[in-house]
Design a protein around this ligand. Structure first.
Ligand code: 5GP
Length: 187
């Protein structure tokens, strides 16, 4: 079985995390999540090296300049950087793992350019109202950050058509099954 790179995008608040957790436990495939780097501050309960590598702006910039990122972008307007570390991805692929990147639309494009075999999946909500409710109900961000997330989320929805596979995360059971069926068809 050839190791695969899976890129999962979709707006904040669409439930990618919950969906991916189920896919990880139920697919039976050797999936591993790539830990991105970010300049965002950790949320309560987030662990450095597990959820993200939390870096200062200087540290992030240094890695950017030395080409350590496979891709990196400012995701929510100015100032918050996220990036995929090239070394981790290559190491896991070499170990035979299927590497899952949960990254934004810009990142997905950049990965596809470098890894044309990467499988791109877009997770979308039933409609934009569901997304708004979920995002605003989260309560983990300041009002400004929330509005910026919402604007980015609505913008991201406009790019769903660029993805090979689209999954509507309305009924979680159905979404999990669709996701697993798609990636199994690639093995
Ligand atoms: P959060 O701040 O909620 O953890 O992440 C927000 C969004 O940032 C994610 O939904 C994802 O689209 C994006 N993101 C996370 N890591 C990366 C990364 O390494 N590269 C890019 N381009 N986007 C990322």
């Amino acid at each position: 079985m050839k190791p695969k790179l899976l890129v999962v995008s979709g707006p904040s608040g669409v439930g990618k995390g919950t969906l991916l957790k189920r896919v990880f436990t139920e697919s039976g495939l050797p999936l591993t999540m790539s830990v991105s780097a970010t300049t965002r501050k950790p949320r309560p309960g987030e662990i450095n090296g597990v959820h993200y590598q939390f870096l200062s702006e200087e540290e992030f910039e240094k890695k950017r300049n030395t080409g350590e990122f496979l891709e990196c972008f400012e995701v929510f307007g100015k100032g918050t950087w996220y990036g995929t570390l090239r070394y981790t991805v290559e190491q896991e692929l070499a170990a035979g793992k299927w590497v899952v990147l949960e990254i934004d639309v810009q990142g997905a494009r950049a990965v596809k350019d470098q890894f044309p075999d990467a499988v791109l999946l877009f997770i979308e909500p039933k409609d934009a109202d569901v997304l708004k409710e979920r995002l605003l109900g989260r309560g983990t961000e300041t009002e400004d950050a929330m509005q910026q997330r919402l604007a980015t989320a609505l913008e991201e929805l406009q790019h769903a058509h660029e993805f090979e596979y689209r999954i509507i995360n309305d009924d979680l059971e159905i979404a999990v099954k669709q996701f697993i069926d798609i990636i199994k068809s690639k093995s």
